[in-house]
Design a protein. Structure first.
Length: 510
């Protein structure tokens, strides 16, 4: 791969930061608060808007029905961050899709033009808590994971616990090794509840495939149980069914409230219906924002997720080089990667809307035929997942909150220099640099022959979030890097960077 030779003068303005540490500050990047007229007319909710505006020196834009109404104003302001303050009843699947669509329409590019998050709650007090909790950074030290195939390990945590199918693991001190136990599957709630209080997590990842408005643990097929929310509080019940006479009678055996409190935390709601809030009395997402103090979370307001590319891909960007990105930045980059992949493979699917009325269990062949009709070619199975998720992922919380994984030992540094219309990015890898780690190969990468494994989420590209926006960035002539570029970021594809090397990428900017 060619390296551009650029003469650097001492007078060049430059900024340097560690590849595995806090990213460069982004002063001067605009912040907008969107809110409905219903919020504006409610004094308690309007105070939430005011708190965000005061904290971020933000401008507020009001809409009547949907945020898309303020597109022209957003095009004039060009914010890098957008917080949406809205009552939960209005935040349904179409609302989330509308926000993702709006983020792609501010400029003519195919990429999202701002990072956004929804500020909501069962009432204005909870919404204000979401704002207040995002004051000051949080480094994630203690993690709790609930999923069938546990891919995050205990290596990077002070305290760590996991619940898989029929087994669990826990360490409660940094010097401990992970203690693994096997237990009957009907004890999974009991084990998760114990681990929650032992670990006191500030990071949660739960892969739940329960019905709408329920929360499930790795496998609940062999036990009658339900974890559900009522008025933003979790409840747990079990029941039995037995024959009496000629009919089946069911009755509760356990019914109790669940105490999952704790300090502020980040939550990845993997699986189905992870971020449904439009029925507040039953919403598990709002229950997590209650006493558990979830301050930022991501998930899908839908079922039958084919791939999970945006969600698992965002975790890769966030965790592959710990400490480099905030949660919002990582999920912003994951979305850009998805959009670039669609553009490169099937640009028609950037325009056509996915029909969420399709039942993929019964209509998969019809969906593939529709994709072939739209694109004029047979499309690989993973692209269906990319199309389905194009505008689906929901992010809750202040998009400017500084919440990160704990940094590891620095494995690379990056330096930017600017002169005239050239923007030079210099990457220096250290001896401990690992291409596999940077590509996120430890998360959601399964052998296709491994029956029963979830769908694989492919490797992620090398990424760089510009400290401040660049105007019309493009590769300078004479380079053969494969990149995706927007005014906010760069993704580098098919570049197998080696340890102990120096690389330069030169961009032209207006």
């Amino acid at each position: 791969m060619k390296k551009s030779l650029v003469i650097l003068f001492l007078s060049i303005v430059s900024c340097v930061f560690a590849g595995n540490r806090s990213s460069v500050k982004t002063e001067g990047n605009k912040y907008v608060v969107l809110a409905s007229r219903a919020v504006e007319q409610d004094a308690d909710w309007k105070n939430v808007v005011k708190a965000l505006c005061d904290r971020h020196a933000a401008q507020v834009l009001y809409y009547t029905e949907r945020p898309a109404e303020v597109l022209e104003a957003l095009q004039g302001i060009r914010p890098r961050y957008v917080a949406v303050v809205e009552k939960p009843q209005r935040i349904d699947r179409d609302y989330v899709i509308g926000m993702n669509t709006l983020a792609r329409r501010v400029t003519p590019s195919v990429y999202a033009d701002f990072m956004w998050g929804i500020i909501t709650g069962i009432d204005a007090t909870m919404a204000m808590k979401l704002v207040d909790n995002a004051v000051g950074p949080l480094v994630l030290d203690n993690g709790l994971v609930s999923q069938n195939r546990v891919e995050l390990t205990d290596a990077d945590w002070q305290r760590f616990g996991y619940v898989g199918y029929g087994k669990s693991g826990v360490k409660t001190r940094p010097e401990d090794t992970l203690a693994v136990k096997w237990w009957p599957v009907e004890k999974q709630f009991e084990v998760f509840n114990q681990l929650y209080h032992m670990v006191e997590p500030d990071f949660l990842l739960c892969e739940s495939y329960a019905n709408k408005y329920s929360f499930s643990l790795p496998d609940n097929s062999s036990v009658y149980e339900e974890i559900y929310a009522k008025d933003s509080v979790f409840h747990y019940k079990t029941w039995k069914s037995e024959y009496k006479g000629n009919r089946i009678v069911s009755y509760d055996t356990v019914r109790s409230m669940v105490n999952w409190s704790g300090g502020r935390k980040a939550y990845i709601a993997a699986g189905a219906f992870g971020c449904d809030v439009d029925n507040p009395e039953k919403s598990c997402a709002l229950a997590w924002m209650g006493s558990p103090n979830v301050t930022s979370m991501v998930g899908y307001p839908a079922n039958q997720i084919v791939l999970g590319q945006t969600l698992w891909g965002g975790l890769k960007f966030w965790q592959a080089t710990p400490g480099r990105y905030t949660m919002a930045e990582a999920y912003f980059l994951s979305r850009q990667h998805l959009l670039h992949t669609l553009q490169a493979s099937s640009p028609e699917l950037l325009k056509a809307d996915y029909d969420y009325n399709w039942n993929l269990n019964e209509e998969m062949a019809d969906v593939y035929r529709k994709m072939q009709e739209l694109t004029g070619k047979q499309v690989a199975g993973a692209i269906l997942g990319f199309w389905q998720e194009r505008d689906l992922l929901a992010y809750f919380g202040d998009p400017k909150w500084d919440v990160r994984f704990r940094p590891e030992k620095e494995s690379y540094t990056m330096k930017t220099t600017c002169k005239n219309n050239k923007y030079i990015i210099t990457l220096k890898t250290k001896e401990n640099f690992s291409p596999d780690q940077v590509e996120g190969t430890n998360i959601r990468m399964f052998d296709s022959q491994d029956l029963g494994a979830p769908n694989s989420v492919g490797p992620i590209p090398f990424s760089f979030l510009f400290p401040q926006r660049l105007k019309n960035p493009r590769l300078a002539p004479g380079q053969d890097w494969q990149v995706a570029l927007s005014e906010d970021m760069m993704l580098v594809y098919d570049a197998w960077f080696e340890a102990g090397k120096t690389y330069e990428i030169v961009l032209l900017v207006d």
